[in-house]
Design a protein around this ligand. Structure first.
Ligand SMILES: Nc1ncnc2c1ncn2[C@@H]1O[C@H](COP(=O)(O)OP(=O)(O)OP(=O)(O)O)[C@@H](O)[C@H]1O
Ligand SMILES: [Mg+2]
Length: 306
């Protein structure tokens, strides 16, 4: 697995407490301070808004206009909920790296939002380290496809957002997070002057400053060019190995999932259930040319209907 390759060693030497996790054997789950995660019977539905006006004026118009009446009836007949997740059970051990793959719109980001505590499941529970998740927490960090840095703040000030929001400045932690992602020299730069890869690194630092025990990554490399993407994949793998967090990555890139993960969880179309939970053999992720890597890649793609 790339995670064990010290290719980004220079970015992993920040003096964080997490560094004590050490480097694992190739492909193995590192000794971990990561969170234990369980999704127990998770089903989720989003309420759907209907474009129906129950006022007396539209009611009169409907009496006079068959077209308006037909529109009203069609709108009223639409379901009022969108089923997104259907009975998801998933256990993730501390320090595991799990990827979620599935078709667009199947509910992958919804799973991350539930894990982050940004949403509550309609049914079932999200349990992290034995406690049911009822809201957000700094040790459960979410990184998105877009870096979403605040343009009027420098890189350092963006990274410091989390500690500041908790009323603590923690400058050493901020510097350590900047060093971990290799942005010490750009700490005073503004986001508009950064490349896409650097902006994404800054966003990773903003999450890492909170020392996440569960790192949720929602297609974090999706908008980057192929080369930067590969570099950042290596860096995430190195961070995972050195910091020992549990990682859940949503990606459309099957090779990326196989390269980085201990497990690849394939989801069905919406409403999503787990189609297959595939364990990636130790060390396989770093050997893309291996017949087994290619076989697994084809298998995942076929499960995705490709
Ligand atoms: N807040 C919301 N209210 C209503 N529907 C929503 C909401 N958020 C997401 N949805 C719908 O739920 C479904 C799943 O969304 P989600 O973002 O989890 O999909 P996804 O698998 O991450 O898709 P993609 O791969 O395109 O990012 C989609 O049909 C989406 O339109
Ligand atoms: Mg998504």
């Amino acid at each position: 697995m790339t995670a064990s390759t010290p290719s980004a060693a220079s970015t992993t030497s920040a003096p964080t407490q997490a560094d004590t996790a050490g480097t694992p054997a190739p492909g193995a789950v590192p000794a971990s301070r990561g969170a234990r995660v369980s999704l127990v019977g998770i089903s989720h539905r989003y309420p759907l808004r209907h474009d129906v006006d129950h006022g007396w004026v539209p009611a009169l118009i409907r009496l006079a206009s068959p077209a308006a009446r037909a529109r009203y009836e069609a709108e009223s007949a639409k379901p009022d909920q969108l089923p997104v997740l259907d009975g998801i059970d998933l256990n993730i051990a501390p320090g595991e790296f799990v990827s979620l793959v599935g078709q667009s719109g199947c509910g992958k980001s919804t799973i991350l939002r539930l894990l982050a505590g940004l949403e509550s499941a309609t049914e079932g529970s999200v349990v992290v380290d034995g406690a049911v998740v009822t809201g957000t927490a700094p040790e459960r960090a979410l990184a998105f496809q877009d870096a979403t840095l605040l343009p009027w703040r420098t890189v350092r000030e963006n990274v410091a957002l989390g500690p500041q929001a908790r009323g603590r400045l923690e400058p050493r932690r901020v510097e350590a997070a900047l060093q971990v992602v290799g942005l010490r020299d750009f700490a005073d730069a503004y986001p508009t002057t950064l490349s896409g890869g650097m902006a994404q690194r800054a966003a990773l630092a903003r999450a890492l400053v909170n020392r996440p025990r569960l790192f949720l990554l929602d297609e974090p490399f999706g908008k980057l060019d192929a080369l930067t993407r590969l570099t950042l994949q290596d860096e995430i793998a190195s961070l995972w190995a050195s910091q020992g967090f549990t990682a859940v990555l949503v990606t459309h890139d099957v090779e990326e999932a196989l390269r980085l993960s201990n497990r690849v969880v394939v989801l069905s179309e919406r409403p999503a259930h787990v189609v297959e939970d595939i364990r990636v053999p130790e060390g396989l992720g770093s050997d893309e040319a291996a017949p087994e890597f290619q076989r697994l890649r084809r298998h995942v793609l076929s499960l995705l209907g490709r």
